[in-house]
Each structure stands twice: as C-alpha cells, then as structure tokens.
Design a protein around this ligand. Sequence first.
Ligand code: ADP
Ligand code: MG
Length: 254
Amino acid sequence: MADLLDVRGVSVRFGGVQALDGAALTVREGEVASLIGPNGAGKTTLLGVVSGAVAPQSGSVRLRGEELAGRPVHERAGAGVVRTFQNLEIFSNMTVLENVLTGAHLKAGYSLLDSLLRTPKFSREEKRLRDACMEKLDFVGLADKAQANAADLPYGEQRLLEMARALASAPVLLLLDEPAAGMNNKETAKLGAIIRRIRSDLGVGVALVEHDMELVMDISDRITVLHFGRVLAEGTPLEIQENPEVVAAYLGED
Ligand SMILES: Nc1ncnc2c1ncn2[C@@H]1O[C@H](COP(=O)(O)OP(=O)(O)O)[C@@H](O)[C@H]1O
Ligand SMILES: [Mg+2]
C-alpha cells in the first residue's frame, strides 16, 4: 500500500533564502509523524508545500500515490489534506459552533439555490451538518461551549476549536503547526490525548510540527528532523533522542 503522504526532494527559495533544500516527509496510514527542528528550519514551509499554500521549485507531494504538486489549496482540501495554523485563525465574530460549521460547509451536499429557497433538502443537510459539528466539538471537549462567542474562549480552547473545525472537513491527513504553542501543561496533556484519538478513533494521519519535545516524544510514531531545510534524521522517538547529530544540532540546545 502506498504511504498516506510521501513528500520527496522539495526545494523552496524565498528571494535569497533557501527555506527547503531537498526536504522529505513520510506519513504512513494512521500514524502521527512529527516534524521537528530549530526555528527557521523550514517546518512551516514544508506544511505549506503539502497544503498547497507554498509552490516549491522542485519535488513531489503524493497523497496515497497521487501527485498533488501544482494543484490548488481547495482541491487538496477536497482530497482530505487539511491544516491548522501556527498563528491561530479563528473567526472571532462567530459562535464556537459556527466556526466549526465553516469547516463542514466545504462538504455540504446542497446547492446555493437550495440554501436561498430553504428547501427541505437544505434543512435536512443543515441539521446533518450541525450534528456532525457538535460531534467534533464533543470530540475535542468543547460541546458545552457551542453557543459561546469564539473570541471568549481561553487561548488553549481556541486551539482545540481550530482542530474541531479542521476535523469537520473530513480530513484523511491533518497538518498541525505548533498546536501546543501557548498552552499550559494541563492543556497540552489534553491536546496529546486528542491527537492520539484522532489517530486511533478516526484513523486520520497526522503530520505534527511541535516545539514541545515531551509531547512529540510521547505521541509520535516517527519523527523527521529538519535542519536548514534538509532532513538531518528520521526515526522512532527513541532513535531520534539517541542520534548524536540530532542532539548536537538541536536537542542539545535545551
Ligand atoms: N513567505 C516568506 N518569505 C520570505 N521568507 C520566508 C517566508 N516564509 C518563510 N521564510 C523563511 O524561510 C525559512 C524557513 O521558515 P519556516 O518554514 O517558517 O521555518 P520554521 O517553521 O521551521 O520555523 C526562514 O528563514 C524564514 O525566514
Ligand atoms: Mg514554523
């Protein structure tokens, strides 16, 4: 079986900066694959290449064997590649549930005409979408906050809301960019449990960029280490922790 995600030989240049230089990343079906490396290593850029936000100068991005390179963001989202952002992107003038609905509407089974005429099909679909979104909110532990204003949630819960919204668009591959940033220990532990359940209960593959090494070592099946836009090492959490090059380049910083 083809890997869920197979990224190879990706190079990206921004003006004079070589952000990625032949980078690679593999996510197998139903696994949490983490991408770590110092600030500026190219992690966010690599997620952007996978989601379609960044066009690489070279390289291939295959989802279950199918080439995605050159295809726009919305087509990749339709194929099940969905991301969350390093800088939180929540609609602050909407309720929690409405935020999740914006993710689900990518998959709505009615036409604009149905929605304008408020046809029975529209009402049925709308109910189905709301139920599905409530399920996602329940999944991340925010069901009781569905009617709250998104802006009123504490920061850690806004991050979980962003994850519920991503899940509502039925991903096969979820790209998470520093989801634990700004979270306290309790929130991070909860996040770790949710990511585990995304893998085990939903069968969704996760590519995780994260600075919290305790979280990364705890929940990753495999880890890729990026350094100056290249893969420095790849392996299990134990292999990575014991790799002298990785320790020298990165883990030894702390
Ligand atoms: N849009 C951009 N324009 C110019 N330079 C960029 C842009 N995005 C990223 N970079 C540069 O590319 C390098 C990799 O950045 P990034 O992928 O954000 O690293 P990381 O997420 O690992 O911290 C950095 O040197 C960064 O300054
Ligand atoms: Mg980044």
